[in-house]
Design a protein around this ligand. Structure first.
Ligand code: SF4
Ligand code: SF4
Length: 671
């Protein structure tokens, strides 16, 4: 296996003056670190113009004073050597905003939680601090100044779907003085809420909202219309509709519950009803001569609280109105919502018999009735009931329309009937693609009041993004070198945030800065090595802070780096041979960085990132795992030990897990 020579650390780009700013943590680390030795070693490093010592950066005015002193000395690059940036980041960012130092020319090293507090031996902790400073200075010398650019924003919002969530979002946005285009594939406003017989309040509310929308001059309604395609970027999207084109700054998707399967799948029995059928019969008070009825809730799929509420309501109503024996069959009752526990007790008081069993009762058709047989899991008693009527809850399914829509929006494929990916960073209404939001039951099965709340939440989020007619954003975060680009679309497909556009004219990929979240996934995926990530270039990540025989940890800044900080705060100890290289995401780590670290003498390389559904960049950790799996196979083929490279997942709070990984007590791959 060879490493591309082009990826060797390149020469520093700038001769600008660089200062190492050494915070003494108010004297609290004097016994743990030899500051004189650290300061002297830093002063001897190539490219370091000054070593500035400060008493306590985190104290009021600490960052301002530091930057003022750097200005006097015409410093343009600064390495802050201190504790975890959590203690001073906000103050530093504020001070930087009024200084002449570009934020991309400032870097940080944590010698308190990563050295002083985790390595009891002062000499070893001091040596490691110097190594970390050395490698950070080399990386900072390669850093590039990045300016900002003005991005114009169209304040109009396109809302797709005119059910409860979509209509609420449109009205809230109009209240905040946004132009809104509300489109629906139906003939009129209201969506499924209008057909709600089980919860008539929902239908009533839908009618009220529809009236308000028709009177609102800021909202344009287009019925019988669907989205054909979406081009552009956040702030300047172009939505191509069936017979129209809309320019807008953001899109709210509120297409409602996905397609549902009726009762026939579970009970292919003549006359089996849906909940809506049963509600209509109760409303009309038909069939009052029934003796015994049954309601089946959740054997086809786990159902939400809305279905539970509907089942309990219908059972109580039937019991009281018709006076018939009423059985509710379920595997679980979810009663955690408002008043649901009360509704459950009410149903019991009304005489509804609730039968719980893990598997669906055996259902057979009789001439004019339905027979259900099974065992109640709680009483362990068998039941054999002949029912005059059976109603079964609908089950949401992923439908082709959803998949088609998310493909057009570039927000990833629907999962389990939800258009939103299963990731904590997206909750409650985000999509991962800036400017595209989800609301209502297209995202998760919701009760009607929750759908209204989500409409408002999405509107608030869109307003936050588009409250002004322009914003400022970094001029570049990741950049494609067109001459190297093979136009293979790998980056287009792998970017978790839909931030890559394909420039057909120049046959090259282009990163759209306002959409880019600087994760670096595309950089590591690009087979032509045509993309670079500002602040984390291949050259910068190839600089190792390790001594020979040491272990290198590429630590995701959203999880592993924070876990390392916590390990320090908790005074956990591990070998000073462990050196941390911060990365924005495990997905940024390229096998080349791993090989370079091994070539440089590291005995082990760890890549530590987030858990799958907590990855800030959605699938960065999974991309990294696939790459490291391939690398381990290649190492095996070469007769090398594949275990010298490992990848693992942890959370920011997992200090113990971090220490277990770096001490070798935890080796399983847990992505
Ligand atoms: S992955 Fe690399 S080579 Fe392929 S299109 Fe993107 S930039 Fe070009
Ligand atoms: S750095 Fe991340 S967000 Fe930016 S273009 Fe590359 S993959 Fe997309």
């Amino acid at each position: 296996m060879t490493i591309d020579k082009q990826q060797k650390p390149s020469a520093p780009r700038s001769r600008s003056r660089l200062a190492v700013c050494l915070c003494e943590c108010a004297g609290t680390l004097a016994e743990k670190l030899d500051f004189l030795a650290i300061s002297a070693a830093a002063g001897r490093l190539p490219g370091v113009a000054r070593v500035v010592r400060c008493h306590a950066l985190c104290q009021p005015g600490g960052c301002d004073q530091l930057l003022a002193s750097l200005k006097d000395q015409r410093i343009s690059r600064a390495l802050i050597v201190a504790c975890t940036p959590a203690y001073y980041r906000t103050a530093l960012e504020k001070a930087l905003s009024s200084s002449n130092i570009n934020p991309h020319l400032v870097s940080r090293v944590n010698i308190r939680e990563h050295c002083a507090w985790v390595h009891p031996d002062q000499r070893k902790a001091t040596e490691k601090a110097s190594r970390l400073i050395d490698s950070a200075v080399q990386r900072l010398r390669l850093a590039e100044r990045v300016g900002t650019q003005r991005i114009s924003l169209n304040r109009r919002v396109l809302v797709i779907g005119a059910g409860l969530a979509g209509m609420q979002a449109a009205l809230d946005l109009a209240d905040k003085k946004h132009g809104v285009t509300l489109i629906t594939a139906s003939e009129d406003l209201g969506g499924r809420a209008l057909q709600q017989s089980v919860i008539p309040e929902a239908a009533e509310r839908a009618q009220q909202l529809a009236k308000l929308i028709k009177l609102n001059r800021r909202i344009s309604v287009l019925t019988d219309t669907t989205l054909q395609s979406l081009a552009g970027r956040f702030g300047q999207f172009q939505a191509h509709l069936l017979q129209d084109q809309i320019d807008c700054g953001a899109v709210i998707v509120a297409t409602g519950q996905s397609q549902v399967t009726g009762p026939e799948q579970l009970a292919p029995i003549t006359g089996t009803l849906t909940f809506d059928d049963l509600a209509r019969m109760l409303q009309a008070n038909r069939l009052s001569n029934l003796k015994r009825i049954g309601i089946i809730l959740d054997f086809q799929s786990q159902l939400d609280r809305a279905a539970t509420r509907a089942a309990l309501k219908l059972a109580s109503r039937a019991r009281l109105l018709w006076g018939c024996e009423t059985y509710l069959f379920c595997s679980h009752l979810r009663v955690s919502g408002p008043d649901l526990e009360q509704q459950y007790h009410q149903a019991r008081q009304d005489g509804v018999v609730i039968i719980k069993s893990l598997s669906c009762p055996q259902i057979t058709q009789q001439i004019t009735a339905v027979r259900l047989k099974g065992t109640d899991e709680q009483t362990h008693r068998e039941f054999d009931l002949v029912l005059d009527l059976l109603a079964v809850a609908d089950v949401p399914q992923t439908n082709n329309g959803q998949a088609d829509l998310t493909t057009k929006l570039r927000t990833g494929q629907p999962v389990d009937g939800s258009v939103q990916r299963d990731n904590v960073f997206l909750l409650p209404v985000d999509s991962g693609r800036k400017g595209i939001l989800f609301a209502g039951s297209c995202r998760a099965p919701l009760e009607w009041t929750q759908a209204l709340d989500e409409g408002s939440a999405a509107a608030e989020h869109a307003h936050t993004l588009l409250k002004d007619s322009a914003t400022r954003a970094p001029a570049k975060l990741a950049e494609v070198e067109p001459a190297k680009c093979a136009f293979c679309l790998t980056c287009y497909r792998s970017c978790p945030h839909g931030a890559i556009a394909m420039d057909q004219e120049n046959s090259a990929a282009v990163v759209v800065p306002i959409m880019c979240q600087a994760c670096g996934v595309c950089v590591a995926e690009c087979p032509a090595k045509a993309i670079e990530l500002v602040d984390y270039t291949d050259s910068q990540l190839s600089i190792s802070p390790a001594s020979p025989g040491a272990a290198i940890v590429f630590a995701c800044e959203n999880s592993a780096l924070l876990a390392a900080d916590r390990a320090g705060l908790a005074r956990m100890t591990y070998s000073s041979d462990v050196a941390i290289v911060p990365v924005p995401c495990a997905g940024r780590v390229d096998p080349v960085h791993v090989l370079r670290a091994l070539q440089g003498g590291a005995k082990k390389v760890l890549i530590l990132g987030c858990h799958d559904q907590a990855c800030k960049y959605l699938h960065g950790i999974n991309r990294a795992k696939a790459r490291i799996d391939r690398l381990q196979s290649q190492l095996t083929e070469l007769g090398l030990d594949p275990d010298c490279v490992q990848i693992g997942s942890l959370m920011a709070a997992d200090a113990g897990r971090f220490v277990n990984f770096v001490t070798g007590d935890l080796q399983e791959i847990t992505t």
